[in-house]
Design a protein around this ligand. Structure first.
Ligand SMILES: [Zn+2]
Length: 261
């Protein structure tokens, strides 16, 4: 009994995604430290011993090593296999949703870019420009060559989303007398707008503020966060953008049906 081509491709996407996730782990570690992302080869951050190829297999090596470095036995964070698993599942999920299409490519890649930015933002409260620039170029290229949104929709999306967050940042600064929202969030929003277009950009802004309020209040309630203390807003913008870009049409239709019965 042979495997269906669809299934075979999903398996390949899972492997590709986990490998890309493994690279992403290197990027989010080295980028904020100003280190080169291609050399030296992967090594243990504690004892600096280079990883053997069989200790560098996405997801599996972490399990086989029992979450410890083979050399110094320093615990290895669950974040490494988790990121690999997330990208792998994301690729397969997007393929199941969209088949082999521009939409698949658009959202598979946007997801990877946003995951990268979110992790660095959580770690350092900064959003790396280099990832945003690469993302903006890819987003524009998709709009230009692909069929998800037009190039004018992409440009208006970037302007609408970046512009709105710029205004929020400006007003926040005037009201709070200090930087409330980083300029990194403004640039991140601009990049997202290029991928999802202006309509979904506005929905993304709305959704990200809801996610931030709900999760922020829950975190304060659980004592994990203090009110008024700065937190990374990037991950919420990322979440809002993906939900709006991928499920926005369905969300809006469901809302309209519910509101006008
Ligand atoms: Zn080690």
């Amino acid at each position: 009994m042979g495997m269906e081509p669809q299934t075979l491709f999903s398996v390949w996407l899972f492997l590709l995604g986990s490998a890309l996730g493994s690279f992403l782990n290197v990027v989010v570690y080295r980028l904020p430290r100003g280190e080169s992302i291609h050399s030296p080869a992967s090594h243990c951050p504690n004892c600096n011993k280079p990883l053997k190829p069989y200790d560098n297999i996405p997801i599996l090596s972490w399990l086989m090593l029992g979450a410890k470095c083979r050399n110094c036995k320093e615990p290895i964070s669950i974040r490494y296999p988790l990121v690999e698993f997330m990208v792998a599942v994301w690729f397969v999920w997007m393929f199941q949703l969209f088949g082999l299409s521009w939409e698949f490519a658009n959202f598979a890649i946007l997801g990877v870019l946003l995951l990268t930015v979110s992790i660095v933002d959580i770690d350092t409260q900064l959003i790396p420009d280099s990832v945003l620039i690469v993302g903006a170029i890819i987003g524009l290229a998709f709009a230009f060559y692909g069929d998800v949104i037009s190039i004018s929709d992409s440009l208006t999306g970037g302007a609408a989303m970046g512009g709105t967050f710029f205004l929020i940042a400006l007003i926040g600064e005037k009201v709070m007398k200090k930087e409330s929202m980083g300029f990194g969030d403004v640039k991140l929003s601009l990049m997202i707008g290029l991928f999802i277009g202006w309509k979904m950009a506005f929905l993304a802004i709305f959704l990200s503020s809801i996610f931030a309020s709900v999760i922020g209040l829950a975190a304060i309630g659980l004592g994990k966060m203090k009110f008024g203390k700065p937190f990374a807003f990037g991950p919420f913008i990322a979440l809002g953008a993906l939900v709006s870009g991928i499920w926005g049409d369905r969300l809006v239709n469901a809302y309209l049906r519910w509101a006008f019965v």
